[in-house]
Design a protein around this ligand. Structure first.
Ligand SMILES: [Zn+2]
Length: 414
């Protein structure tokens, strides 16, 4: 007896008319004509798209919904404005503040079909591990509706002495199992190369994967990206390293970029592109023509490098927009990357699902027997149509249980 049976499903890639049976939170069978009387609950997908859940592989849940009244016109200004926001939180209340804002965004994310996400968590000498602890509590609290993975993000502006404290805190948090990925935005620091090397060593020491912000600038300098590829191969970390942004790759010439992309392929790096945030923050000092500031998505795809898109910042000083909706981010990605044919839209859809799961090392993710039943049913017949129409996600299923339902009624009165 199955717990749940989804009948007549179309799946990403174009297969149609499939039944998906679920037992004990996992996919038990994908076949044709599985009888309805073999399941306790039946959902008729009616020829609509059923995909594995969205994977938002680069978020900042500790920053979301912190937008003040000031516009941040550059990345540096956004960092300053967020620092001001933090200073306004009463002592000892940081954890509570983060949990309140993050939980609101998690509800948005789950209702739009996200079943796994990876969030950065700021580490500052001043507040110690408060933020990371708050996000760990939240991770536990929502574990039945969304899988959360945490990446540490050493903060920017508290000086060289604080840097040693931050590294110690990260080492401690790794030892206590509070962090899933070792991260950093090292290009903000004068000693970027040294910091990248030291954080990588901490990851190796604790056998944790790596998830860096890399070369998030408009300057034609991709030294950090090249260094991360080198370190990945030196430490035998192929497949276990994510590089977010890599916007500087846009500013270098084509030959240099092609060489770096080849190194990324050899190191099996996972690239996370964040178009919505980049479009907002990059190119701010350009006169026309203003660069888009988004990494070379199409070239990574063509080279066979795993690349995912993610939502990054949501209604905070780094980006005042966003709904934690991966279908919305996907449509933007398709438009910015100019990937709009049917097969290209399938590729973009995979960037928000399977590619993100691969970057996060989610081995029990996917549409196959034995994998977790994290599924989304769309009011659309295919992945390209779901992107184009921003289809309603009628059912969001986590571990075989329906955790969100959406519907909309529209009447044309002419
Ligand atoms: Zn980020």
């Amino acid at each position: 007896m199955f717990d749940l049976l989804i009948q007549n499903a179309n799946i990403p890639g174009g297969q149609t008319g499939l039944d998906i049976a679920v037992a004990d939170g996992r996919i038990a069978s994908i076949d044709r004509n599985i009888p309805a009387n073999k399941a306790r609950e039946v959902i008729d997908a009616g020829g609509h798209l059923v995909s594995p859940g969205f994977v938002d592989s680069h978020m900042h849940l500790d920053k979301v919904l912190s937008l003040g009244d000031t516009e941040s016109k550059t990345l540096d200004a956004a960092i300053r404005n967020f620092t001001l926001y933090l200073q306004g939180i009463p002592a000892g209340m940081l954890g509570e503040d983060i949990r309140r804002r993050a939980e609101q965004v998690i509800r948005l994310a789950v209702s739009s079909g996200t079943t796994a996400l990876r969030t950065n968590a700021n580490v500052e000498a001043a507040s110690g591990l408060q933020g990371i602890q708050a996000l760990n509590e939240l991770k536990e609290h929502v574990r039945d509706v969304v899988d959360i993975r945490i990446t540490c993000l050493p903060n920017f502006y508290d000086g060289p002495e604080a840097q040693e404290q931050r590294l110690q805190l990260i080492d401690q948090a790794c030892g206590e199992g509070l962090i899933d990925f070792v991260g950093g935005a090292n290009h903000h620091h004068d000693n970027c190369a040294e910091l990248t090397e030291r954080l990588f060593k901490i990851a190796v020491k604790h056998d944790l994967p790596v998830d860096f912000h890399v070369d998030e600038s408009d300057e034609p300098n991709i030294a950090e990206f090249e260094q991360v590829a080198r370190l990945t191969m030196e430490h035998g970390y192929e497949g276990r390293v994510s590089c977010g942004h890599v916007t500087a790759l846009n500013a270098v010439d084509d030959v240099t970029a092609a060489r770096a992309i080849e190194h990324a392929r050899k190191a099996d790096l996972n690239i996370i592109t964040l178009p919505s945030c980049n479009l907002y923050l990059m190119g701010r000092t350009d006169k026309q023509p203003i660069r888009r500031g988004v990494t070379r998505i199409r070239e990574f795809v063509e080279a066979g490098v795993n690349i995912a898109y993610a939502s990054d910042n949501i209604r905070d000083p780094f980006r005042p927009l966003g709904n934690a909706d991966m279908l919305e981010e996907g449509l933007l990605t398709a438009q910015v990357a100019q990937m709009v044919t049917t097969s290209e839209l399938e590729t973009v859809f995979a960037m928000g699902t399977v590619n993100g799961a691969r970057a996060m090392g989610l081995t029990d993710y996917g549409l196959a027997p034995g994998k977790r039943a994290d599924l989304v049913i769309f009011d659309a017949t295919s992945a390209p149509e779901a992107l184009l129409s921003q289809a309603i996600r009628t059912h969001v299923i986590k571990n075989g249980r329906v955790v969100a339902r959406n519907s909309v009624t529209a009447e044309l009165l002419f």
